[in-house]
Design a binder for this molecule. Sequence first.
Ligand code: PAF
Length: 281
Amino acid sequence: MRIVKSPKKMQEICINLKNQGKVISFVPTMGYLHEGHLSLMRIAKKKSDILVVSIFVNPTQFGPKEDFKRYPRDLKRDKRLLKEIGCDFIFMPDIKDMYPKMYDTYVEVEDLTKILEGKSRPEHFKGVTTVVAKLFNIIQPDIAVFGQKDFQQAVVVKKMVKDLNLPVKIIIAPTVREKSGLALSSRNEYLSSEEKKQVTALYRSLKLSEKMIASGERDSRKIISEMRKLIQKKPKAKIDYISINDSESLKPLNKLKGNVVISLAVLIGKTRLIDNIKIRV
Ligand code: PAF
């Protein structure tokens, strides 16, 4: 496993590998790896000759009041896990090399980023698509794997790839959960043990929506209202949004039909968590 810090060097290596006919897969991360990340890497490895993983806490996707500075980091552990999984290259650029002085170019998907996460975090997706486009240009992967946990991110990246004709196949892999149902996330690290107990209401509310749909409910207002009641029983929970949308266009749905995604963002204490499930109605 090689660790590469320079974007130019990483690009040279990848171009060389591609010229040799190697299939490159890529998993972008911000580090502090958990089983959710590793599951993406296992999928990526199976489909390629070379696995590249990036570790870069991307400043442009954090709002001014968000957790960029305190985002959890543990490079030593990340390197060990990546070695165990059989990663070929870790790309670990410095901020100054990704965004040098006078950096001035951004990639933005417009409509899909105005709702859900984009509404609460206005600059977030612009930062994500910019860094992902840069990483794709550096690594030039044939395949890139993203988690369904951040489903809007995956939909937005897919749209960017389509609209900009980028030659990369995007795979969306299932969310990995703790036994309690809590979706794995580096930000779970912020939760106290009491908050960890309360956070299980998020997945239970998603399962409740699944049950209501299975029993024939198609009115999203009724489903959302029951989910709200369940979550609001937890004193530390403050709901940002609960929404039911078409899983591709992300159009909000009043009557459920087709492929739908039920998603939520909830503050537990000071930690903002997101989760979702996809259902074919
Ligand atoms: O999902 C993440 O960890 C980040 O948004 C990503 C895709 C690595 C871009 O910084």
